[in-house]
Design a binder for this molecule. Sequence first.
Ligand SMILES: [Zn+2]
Ligand SMILES: [Zn+2]
Length: 334
Amino acid sequence: MRALVLYGPGDLRLEERDIPEPASGEVVIRVDAAATCATDAKILRVGAHPALGPLPSPFGHEAAGTVVAIGSGVESVIEGQRVVPANSAPCGTCAACTREGPGQCEDLEFLWGAFAEYLRVPRRIVERNLVAMPDRLEVTLAPLAEPLACAVRAVGQCRISASSRVVIIGGGAQGAMLSALLAERGAEVTVADPHPERRERALLFGAASTTGRLDTSSVGDFHRRWGQPDLVIEAVGRPDAWQAAVTLVRPGGQVLFYGGCAPESVVELPTTRLHYDELTLRGTFHHDPESFRAAVRVLANEGERFLPLLGAPVALEDVAEALRRNGAKRPVII
Ligand SMILES: [Zn+2]
Ligand SMILES: [Zn+2]
């Protein structure tokens, strides 16, 4: 089979590999759809990621497919069934899993290799995070379950009511998904992004308004024009935007740090605001089995509204070039 394999920074190779066989508890799927993600672009640039095993490594983490081989003991799926595998599964037994829930698992098992003709799904993901694809779910959209699950989980962590005013810093695919989910819950969303085409797109995803780049130097202008929001979600992953989020929110408000900054990043925070204004700051990362299932349901019910997130399809051999140019989400032709 053809598979993309990551060897190091900027070094992604298309190789011929054996079709994997399932061990006990595992299944092998034929990949029917996969999508690129800004995280893939970041990983290709730096050649590493905390969740990636040793290199060379299979690559790509958003996929959907058809079960073609089943290891012994697997009873949850049958051959020929269409499925959406999450790119991770929690252990369910560590202290964090039992204390905080699976989203905090200290031992997440990750799955890479969406950019290949076949994908072997490990036992733990088969047991906990391999979801049957609803018939009405369009297969090209199914790989969006992974990024959407992160947004579903984050929105569940937000303190919002029907009249909440929310600012999302960053209008990428994640910002757009967050906007759609929050608007659905009645929040009035403003998306901040320097790119006009992303601002335009945010309006399709429920944003009531948009504004340009928001950083610490433009927060004052924002306040004069729009006032202070109840909730700010940072969905860029830049220390400056993290700081801007804290400066932007109203007293008593909440900030959700959704975007991952470069490793070792440090952010300075104004203690006056945190202390006297009693801000609530929280980080959020990744998804869990519950939000993954919820995301598959959302895509099955209203998947078409997420189509504008997908750019032009890209062939396996052109994925590296597409990721180098920008991190926009694109279906991958397997
Ligand atoms: Zn992703
Ligand atoms: Zn765990």
